[in-house]
Design a protein around this ligand. Structure first.
Ligand SMILES: Cc1cc2nc3c(=O)[nH]c(=O)nc-3n(C[C@H](O)[C@H](O)[C@H](O)COP(=O)(O)O)c2cc1C
Length: 213
């Protein structure tokens, strides 16, 4: 492997100036998501979500963003997973998107709320059958004795629902992150990057602030 201290690259593909950034951060996020999709970035809708565990340590993992609207940012998971249990104790979360090829990062903080049962049902019904079976079969984040145990559970669930529509498991559904802070980061030469923060001001309007890189 190359010496990590010698690995160095300059960022010079784009700029992020106040006058070009949209006034609403959700619109700006959707603009960058579209550009990431157009740049054919793999899993362009992947984001890191960090939750706080009982011991006070943050835990991070990747999930897929399914919706970004003025109501919030949506992803789906198992409510009984580690992340689900952590959100139940502390609903404050951090999100991070990184599009390497575009030299861009977005940071978000907000509060996670469970989606309604009807919203989760509708999305669950649209998923491929194999994924629906997986949601019943996998006790996400719990220990398994071996791979065979998981495969046996998949076979059991497949047999149980044969010839029927698969309902959403009660422990599976969406969270909507209602954001109150965004930072858009655009890499620039000589580490003089652009960083634009959006925060809600006293009039409940989004305002933009530039941070030093
Ligand atoms: C590209 C990618 C996409 C993923 N998407 C999801 C997702 O949308 N929902 C999910 O529950 N886990 C997803 N995962 C798996 C999570 O990163 C994680 O392993 C899992 O949710 C268990 O996390 P936890 O034990 O901290 O709850 C994804 C992983 C990767 C690498």
């Amino acid at each position: 492997m190359e010496d990590l201290y010698k690995t160095r690259k300059d960022y010079d593909k784009h700029l992020l100036l106040e006058e070009d950034a949209l006034n609403n951060p959700i619109d700006q996020l959707n603009r960058w998501l579209l550009e990431a999709q157009e740049a054919q970035i793999n899993d362009y809708n992947a984001m890191v979500i960090s939750t706080i565990g009982k011991g006070g340590y943050p835990h991070s993992r990747i999930v897929l963003l399914r919706e970004a609207t003025h109501h919030g940012l949506v992803f789906y998971t198992n409510y009984e997973s580690d992340k689900g249990e952590e959100i139940a104790l502390n609903d404050k979360v951090g999100l991070n998107f990184f599009w390497n090829h575009l030299e861009r990062q977005v940071r978000v903080t907000g509060v996670a709320k469970k989606m309604s049962e009807a919203e989760s049902d509708a999305y669950f019904a649209s998923r491929p059958r194999e994924n629906q079976i997986g949601a019943w079969a996998s006790p996400q984040s719990k220990p398994l004795h071996n791979r065979e145990e998981l495969e046996k559970r998949v076979q059991e669930v497949t047999a149980r629902f044969e010839g029927q529509e698969i309902p959403r498991p009660p422990h599976w559904g969406g969270y909507r992150i209602v954001p109150h802070y965004f930072e858009f980061w655009q890499g620039r030469p000589s580490r003089l990057h652009d960083r634009l923060v959006y925060q809600v001001d006293a009039d409940f309007e989004w305002c933009k602030i530039r941070l030093a890189p």
